[in-house]
Design a protein around this ligand. Structure first.
Ligand code: NAP
Length: 302
């Protein structure tokens, strides 16, 4: 039976450390780090995600606010607000909860957040920095997965890793991190990385997965990864969040992309949903916000 990766517990440990770091930062005469979250529209999932982020801010001593904008907000209005937040010295980090409504260009918005306040790491500058292994903000989910692997002492050097999904915000930055060579700012993970996506034929997906020592799945399809696709002892990280109806209880529940009960019988480690990657994502956002505040304080001193 696989060891369950307790993302919730690992998050709690990291948050305690972050809380102490925030206390030390503020007691050295710095302002309290501040995160501003912007939501456009009334997507209930976005509201829940942001609520969790705001609660985490409270837990680690970061101040925060949420700006709720109507779905009719124009791109120009949103850009104006981002501009104001970029110029506001009291704001350390800015995040615009995705997705934004269809009439707003997501990439334009991500690029409008000042790179030094881009705690989501979605600005093209931070993405480019990650690709070049330079210091910058790494998106919270990949950073959280990296922290889980390190915490559980999962070896990555020279190992085969499969990333299922190729999204720009989760899978791509994760794949970059997984094969980083450590020659510049970030520590090497040195895995051999294969990226699978929608057009990877199911047979090929299964073949790649069976060769993997580490599988990270970020697709949004319950039951995509099954027991027969797992090399015995492999580490399986499930990023997917799917809300499905439980046939036994009739109630809705959250599941990942991995057939958890079956896969745990062959894997060496497995992250559950909920309680795996989700809490780590929020925790790494706190980490990024504190780093942003520290960098801004340092640049003001120069
Ligand atoms: P996304 O942008 O929709 O990307 C999904 C990816 O899956 C795409 O690259 C897509 O390929 C690929 N895909 C679709 N069907 C596939 C198949 N049959 N086989 C292999 N790949 C397939 O989603 P995302 O933002 O990366 O999020 C993925 C999942 O993770 C979602 O369930 C989301 O809710 C969850 N999530 C969780 C957290 C967390 O903190 N736990 C954070 C972010 C996201 P194409 O590129 O070809 O379309």
């Amino acid at each position: 039976m696989a060891q369950i990766i307790d993302g919730k517990g690992i998050s709690a440990e990291i948050r305690l450390k972050l809380h102490q770091e925030v206390i030390d930062f503020v007691s050295s005469g710095n302002p309290v780090p501040h995160l501003t979250a912007v939501i456009v529209g009334e997507d209930p999932a976005s509201q829940t995600y942001v609520k969790n982020k705001i609660l985490a801010c409270k837990e680690v001593g970061i101040s925060s606010e949420t700006k709720l904008l109507p779905a009719s907000t124009t791109q120009e209005e949103l850009l104006q607000l981002i501009g104001q937040l970029n110029r506001d010295d009291c704001v350390s980090g800015v995040l615009v909860q995705l997705p934004v409504p269809d009439h707003i260009n997501e990439r334009t918005i991500c690029n409008a957040v000042a790179p030094e306040k881009d705690v989501d790491g979605f600005n093209e500058i931070n993405m480019g920095r990650l690709a070049l292994d330079m210091d910058g903000f790494v998106p919270a989910t990949p950073l959280g997965i990296k922290a889980l692997l390190e915490h559980c002492n999962i070896a990555t050097h020279g190992r085969n890793a499969v990333v299922v999904g190729r999204s720009k915000n989760v899978s791509l930055p994760l794949a970059i991190l997984m094969h980083s060579d450590g020659k510049n700012a970030t520590k090497a993970l040195d895995a051999t990385v294969t990226i699978c996506h929608r057009y990877t034929p199911p047979k090929e997906l299964a073949k790649h997965c069976r060769q993997a020592d580490i599988i990270v799945v970020a697709v949004g399809k319950p039951g995509l990864i099954t027991k027969d696709m797992i090399k015995p002892g492999a580490c399986v990280i499930d990023v997917g969040i799917n809300r499905i109806k439980d046939e036994k209880t009739g109630k809705h529940k959250l599941v990942g992309d991995v057939d958890f009960e079956e896969v745990r019988q062959v894997a060496g480690h497995i992250s559950p949903v909920p309680g795996g990657v989700g809490p780590m994502t929020v925790t790494m956002l706190m980490h990024n916000t504190l780093q942003a505040a520290k960098k801004q304080a340092a640049s003001r001193r120069v």
